[in-house]
Each structure stands twice: as structure tokens, then as C-alpha cells.
Ligand binder design. Structure first.
Ligand code: GUN
Length: 296
């Protein structure tokens, strides 16, 4: 069997086009321009790449982008004061503080200072609680992107066994909540799980979000299963840096029914979902109905 490729690049472009259409409507009919503020503390190279990409795509869909780059030694008080200002700014509908923060800053404290209505990352404890209790929440962008791809491929996910490998607050836990919400039977696995390969072989849907290059190989996959690879790992191959996922693509694609590539799978969906969340936050802030198909 050769798996069909779930093209996140193309799907993300569709989502951005739909977001851009809604932005035009918001501007023309209501005089509202959605605004996204991104805060970057320090000079982490990977974070700088992500923040640049977020700013570029925000502008491309017609939204206002507010980028705040702070020195690595910024005090917690100064960062919290900046978040307070963004919370109070009517032109800012979404706030994202890029993680990881430098070690002297308490990420939980900082994230929980964001107005939950502007928390487009879905990391604020009240959004986490809303998602966990099946209520309307701002949903973290990467798992939201994965869910959109799964729904697009399968239609109905009800009754399927989903195994999520990884238990992070950013991907693993919210991914499991979203799959439960769609009536999957969900198992969360991690590095200490016994017989991880055997467990993965029981999955109809396998989500790999562990940050270990090419850990999941073809013999871990049930024939015909859908494999979602969240990993983005830079490894050296013959002296050249190459991007690989948590899944060994070549062997997995021979067994799976469908698989996301790296790059071009989950990655592009994350920013598309961030823009969709910013649009939803803007609609809610203005008492307008949220666009269909862009939220859960
Ligand atoms: N760092 C890595 N992924 C993310 C993300 O989704 N949001 C934020 N704010 N920081 C990140």
C-alpha cells in the first residue's frame, strides 16, 4: 500500500484564502480590521523564524500585525505591563507570546495574564478548562490544524481509535481533548509507555508529537491507518541540515492509508489556524457571528 499524502500546504492556503475573504467583509461591512500582536522575548533563532512567518502571513490576509521584540533580559514586570497594554488595546484582537520564554520568566504567569478572549494560542488556563469540559474555547493552533486535516480526510471520526504520542500542553493534551470531542477512543502515550510500538499498531489515527526524529517507523503502523506527523526536527544528513518529522516517512508511507509529510503537512496549518483564531476572536469581540468551518 502507498499512503495518500495529506497536503497541509494546500489546505492551509485554502484556510488563509477563506480568512482573507472574511477580513474583507469585516472591514467593508463593519469597519473592523482584525489585529494580531506577537510578543517575542530574546533572540531564539527558531522563534525568530516563526515570528517572522506569522507577521508576514497576518499582513497577507489583510489583518494588522503588531510585532513586539523585547530584550532577552526583559523583566517579568515589564512583560506583564506590555500584556496589560495589549489586553486594553481595542485594535488588538489576538495576543501571542512566543514560547519558550527565557528561563527567568514564568511562562504560566505570563500566559495567564493574557485576556482569555484574546488568547489566540488557547494556552490560558480558562481556555484549557473550557476545551477539557467540551465548551466553546480558543483552541491551540497545531492540534486544531491536525483536527481539520483529519476531518477533511475522514469526514466522521466517531469510534476510531486515536493514539496520541506526546503529552505536551501545546499539542498532545489538547489534541487528545479534540479527538475525544469528535468521539474517538483516545489513548495518550509517551516516552514511558510500555510496548509503544504495539500500542501504535492498534491506532486507526496515529498522531506523533514527541520531538524525536523519525522515531515512528512503518512497523509501528496499522495497515491503512492515518498518520499525522507533528514533529519538526532538524538533523544532519551527509553534512547537510534536513528537516524530518517524528515519523520515518518512507517506511510509514508504505503501510499507512494517509500521511502528512514534513515539511508541508501540519506545519503550514499552525499559522493558518492562528489566523482563523484571530478572526474568530475579532468576530466575538464585535458581537458578530463566527465564520463557519474555521473553528471547532
Ligand atoms: N512555540 C512553539 N510552538 C508555539 C505555539 O504554538 N505558540 C507559541 N506562542 N509559542 C510556540
Amino acid at each position: 500500500m502507498t499512503a495518500s499524502i495529506l497536503d497541509g500546504k494546500q489546505f492551509a492556503a485554502q484556510i488563509r484564502a477563506s480568512v482573507a475573504d472574511h477580513v474583507v467583509l469585516l472591514k467593508d461591512a463593519h469597519g473592523v480590521t482584525p489585529g494580531l500582536a506577537v510578543v517575542l522575548v530574546g533572540e531564539d533563532p527558531a522563534s525568530q523564524v516563526y515570528v517572522r512567518a506569522k507577521g508576514k502571513q497576518t499582513i497577507e490576509v489583510g489583518m494588522a500585525s503588531f510585532e513586539h521584540r523585547l530584550h532577552a533580559a526583559t523583566s517579568e514586570a515589564d512583560l506583564l505591563a506590555m500584556i496589560d497594554r495589549l489586553n486594553a488595546d481595542p485594535e488588538v484582537h489576538g495576543i501571542l507570546v512566543q514560547l519558550p520564554l527565557p528561563p527567568h520568566l514564568d511562562s504560566d504567569l505570563v500566559i495567564n495574564r493574557i485576556d482569555p478572549a484574546k488568547d489566540v494560542d488557547g494556552f490560558h488556563i480558562s481556555n484549557v478548562g473550557l476545551l477539557a469540559t467540551g465548551q466553546k474555547a480558543m483552541v491551540p493552533c497545531t492540534p486544531l490544524g491536525c483536527l481539520m486535516m483529519l476531518r477533511n480526510h475522514h469526514g466522521n471520526l466517531s469510534g476510531l481509535h486515536a493514539v496520541v504520542v506526546g503529552r505536551s500542553n501545546i499539542v498532545g493534551k489538547p489534541m487528545a481533548q479534540l479527538l475525544l470531542g469528535d468521539s474517538c477512543t483516545v489513548t495518550i502515550a509517551h516516552s514511558r509507555t510500555r510496548d509503544l510500538a504495539g500500542l501504535c499498531r492498534s491506532a486507526d489515527i496515529l498522531v506523533a508529537a514527541v520531538g524525536r526524529p523519525e522515531m515512528v517507523t512503518g512497523d509501528w503502523i496499522k495497515p491503512g491507518a492515518t498518520v499525522i506527523d507533528v514533529g519538526i526536527n532538524r538533523i544532519a544528513v551527509e553534512g547537510k541540515t534536513t528537516l524530518v518529522g517524528d515519523v520515518h516517512f518512507e517506511s510509514a508511507a508504505r503501510v499507512a492509508g494517509a500521511i502528512t509529510p514534513v515539511p508541508g503537512g501540519v506545519g503550514p496549518m499552525t499559522i493558518a489556524c492562528l489566523l482563523a483564531n484571530t478572526l474568530s476572536a475579532t468576530c466575538r469581540a464585535n458581537g458578530l457571528p463566527e465564520p463557519e468551518g474555521l473553528t471547532v
